[in-house]
Design a protein around this ligand. Structure first.
Ligand code: PEP
Ligand code: MN
Length: 337
């Protein structure tokens, strides 16, 4: 449930309510808006008399949250959340669209630095690159591991752009936290609850990708795991789902963008690369995603897609990415971003 405090409620009154809730075993999540403070209380409602709670000084209203996800819901927090990737780049609310770009996998220092420079010069706001790769086949390239993370850190130093990279194993979280600005949870791991809890404990920004066969509600429940550990810096990513269509690798569910925006305050990022699996569809879907109201895009770029160790067919060459970025400006402008 959420306890909405009267506007002008004092710190003492807020403290009085939270103390009482804690005493009855509730987990507390404070949200201090400009107008009023909202106290999110997660726990067993039957443990407390709601009438006596409502009588405490400063309390305006008690509202039950009917949805199974609580902290991620719009009911809990009405204002859009903003996730800060570094001192210069933030995602969400009415901020400019954040474009994260780079190769699927970090393959070598030269490859990564070359692509990082190219996407930076086209106006990308963050770098992507996988060092630990979740591959369908155990015989496919699995990523460079820590060496890849070091290369990413060098690419960040070179460009000043924050780095997004995937964590596939809960045991790797402390290592990846040392190098990355954003922890990506891949689609295949969306319901790896141990991993979700681990990244939830870090406080680092998280890019949580929707599972290929997961509903929006399941995505929101996974985000709830991260927030319930105290980490509110979560971005939700639509990256395509499995349908009967097989012309594309996945079906990019763009309706998920306004749906998630309605249900949650968290920023939404769209991945048209995995969403389609085809480089020639990436630009159209990126533009459509911005028109649909997303806050960010994550796009695979490779200087030599035909030689890429993973996801070459869906990777844009740097010049096509530059064209995408200039087309994007117009659509972004049209939706006031
Ligand atoms: C990736 O970003 O390279 C990736 C593996 O994405 P997904 O988890 O969406 O398949
Ligand atoms: Mn990929």
């Amino acid at each position: 449930m959420i306890i909405i405090m009267k506007s002008g409620a004092t710190e003492e009154q807020i403290g009085g309510v939270t103390e009482k809730l804690k005493k009855h075993g509730f987990g507390i999540h404070l949200s201090k808006g400009v107008e009023r403070t909202v106290i999110g209380a997660i726990g067993d409602k039957s443990a407390i008399e709601l009438e006596t709670l409502a009588m405490l000084p400063g309390v305006s209203e008690i509202v039950p949250i009917r949805k199974p996800y609580k902290l991620v819901s719009r009911e809990f927090k009405q204002e859009d959340s903003v996730v800060k990737l570094n001192d210069k780049v933030s995602v969400g609310a009415k901020l400019p669209i954040c474009v994260m770009a780079g190769p699927c996998s970090v393959e070598s220092r030269e490859q990564m630095i070359e692509i990082a420079r190219a996407v930076k010069s086209s106006g990308a706001n963050a770098l992507r690159g996988g060092a630990f790769k979740p591959r369908t086949s155990p015989y496919s390239f699995q990523g460079l591991g820590e060496e890849g993370l070091k290369i990413l850190a060098e690419a960040r130093k070179e460009t000043g752009l924050p780095v997004v990279t995937e964590v596939v194993d809960p045991r790797d979280v402390p290592l990846i936290v040392k190098y990355a600005d954003v922890l990506q949870i891949g689609a295949r791991n969306m319901q790896n609850f141990v991993l979700l809890r681990e990244v939830g404990k870090t406080g680092k920004p998280v890019l949580l990708k929707r599972g290929p066969a997961s509903t929006v509600e399941e995505l929101l429940m996974s985000a709830e795991y991260i927030l319930s550990e105290g980490n509110r810096n979560v971005m939700l990513c639509e990256r395509g789902i499995r349908t009967i269509e097989n012309y594309t690798r996945n079906t990019l569910d763009l309706s998920a963008v306004p749906v998630i925006k309605k249900l949650s305050h968290l920023p939404v990022v769209v991945d048209p690369s995995h969403g389609t699996g085809r480089w020639d569809l990436v630009t159209s879907m990126a533009l459509a995603a911005v028109a649909a109201g997303c806050d960010g895009l994550i796009i695979e770029v490779h200087s030599h897609p035909d030689e890429a160790l993973s996801d070459g067919p869906q990777s844009l060459k740097p010049d096509t990415f530059a064209e995408l970025m200039s087309k994007l400006k117009l659509v972004a402008q049209a939706v006031s971003r």
